[in-house]
Write a protein that binds this ligand. Structure first.
Ligand code: SAH
Ligand code: DHB
Ligand code: MG
Length: 221
C-alpha cells in the first residue's frame, strides 16, 4: 500500500461520512489562498476531534496551534452548549486567516484566539482564574511538545483528554539518531509518558491524505 491508496481511501471515507460543508471548505480555501501550509488535520481526523469532544461533553477546550482554524472549527462543533475554546497561534497572519474562518463558521463568540508563542501564552492562561480544560489538542511546533504537554496536564482535570498530533512522523519516531528537532521533541514526550503517573496514554499510527503519522491520546488520572 502506498500514498496513492491512502489518499484514495481517505477520499472514499470522506465522501461517505463527511458531507460537503461550506464553512470548512471555505476555511481550507482561504488557508490555501493565503499560502499557508497544507498541514491542517484531515477531514476524517477533524471529525474524530468533534466526536471526542462530544464524548467528553467538553465545555472548555484548549488548542495549541491554530493555523487557519480548520481543526478549531471541528472542535467547536463538538462543544457542549455554552462551551468555549481557547486556541493559541504564534503567527499573526495565521491568526488573521483563522479569525475570519472561525467567524464564517459561526463560532466568533465561542473561540478565544490568542496570538503569541504558546510558551508565553500558556503561563498567562495558567495565571487566569478559569475552569480547567476538558480537552487539549496539541498541534504546534513539535520540539516543544513536552512543555506543551506539561502545561496541558496543569490546565486540565482528572478525566480530561490530551491529544497530540504528529507523533509518528513517517516512522522517524523510532530513529534514535534523528536530527529532526520535531522528532526529538516527540521522543522526549514519549519518554515522559513512559514514566508519568499523571496520565494514562496510548498512541495510534495513521495513514491517509497526510501520509504516515499518528496521534497520542492521554487521559489525566
Ligand atoms: N491545528 C491546525 C494546524 C496547526 S499547524 C489544524 O489542524 O487546522 C501548526 C501551527 O502552529 C502553525 O500555524 C504555526 O504557526 C503554529 N505554531 C508554531 N509554533 C508555535 C508556537 N511556539 N506557539 C504557538 N503556535 C505555534
Ligand atoms: C507539519 C505540522 C503538522 O501539525 C502536521 O499535522 C503535519 C505537518 C509540519 O510542520 O510539517
Ligand atoms: Mg498536526
Amino acid at each position: 500500500m502506498d500514498q496513492e491508496t491512502w489518499t484514495a481511501v481517505d477520499g472514499y471515507l470522506t465522501k461517505k461520512l463527511i458531507p460537503p460543508d461550506a464553512a470548512l471548505d471555505a476555511a481550507q480555501a482561504a488557508t490555501a489562498a493565503a499560502n499557508m501550509p497544507a498541514i491542517s488535520v484531515s477531514p476524517t481526523q477533524g471529525k474524530l476531534l468533534e466526536l471526542l469532544a462530544m464524548t467528553l461533553h467538553a465545555r472548555s477546550i484548549l488548542e495549541i496551534g491554530t493555523l487557519g482554524g480548520y481543526s478549531t472549527i471541528w472542535l467547536a462543533r463538538g462543544l457542549a452548549p455554552g462551551g468555549r475554546i481557547v486556541t493559541l497561534e504564534k503567527v499573526p497572519s495565521h491568526a488573521d486567516v483563522a479569525r475570519a474562518n472561525i467567524a464564517r463558521a459561526g463560532f466568533a463568540d465561542v473561540v478565544d484566539l490568542r496570538i503569541g508563542s504558546a510558551l508565553d501564552t500558556l503561563p498567562q492562561l495558567a495565571a487566569e482564574d478559569r475552569e480547567p480544560f476538558d480537552l487539549v489538542f496539541i498541534d504546534a511546533d513539535k520540539q516543544n511538545i513536552p512543555a506543551y504537554f506539561d502545561w496541558a496536564v496543569t490546565l486540565a482535570h482528572a478525566g480530561s483528554m490530551i491529544i497530540v498530533d504528529n507523533v509518528v512522523r513517517d516512522g522517524d519516531v523510532i530513529n534514535d539518531d534523528t536530527e529532526d528537532t520535531g522528532t526529538q521533541g516527540v521522543r522526549r514526550f514519549f519518554d515522559r509518558l513512559s514514566t508519568s503517573a499523571l496520565v494514562t496514554s496510548t498512541a495510534i499510527q495513521t495513514v491517509g491524505v497526510k501520509g504516515y503519522d499518528g496521534f497520542a491520546v492521554s487521559i489525566v488520572n
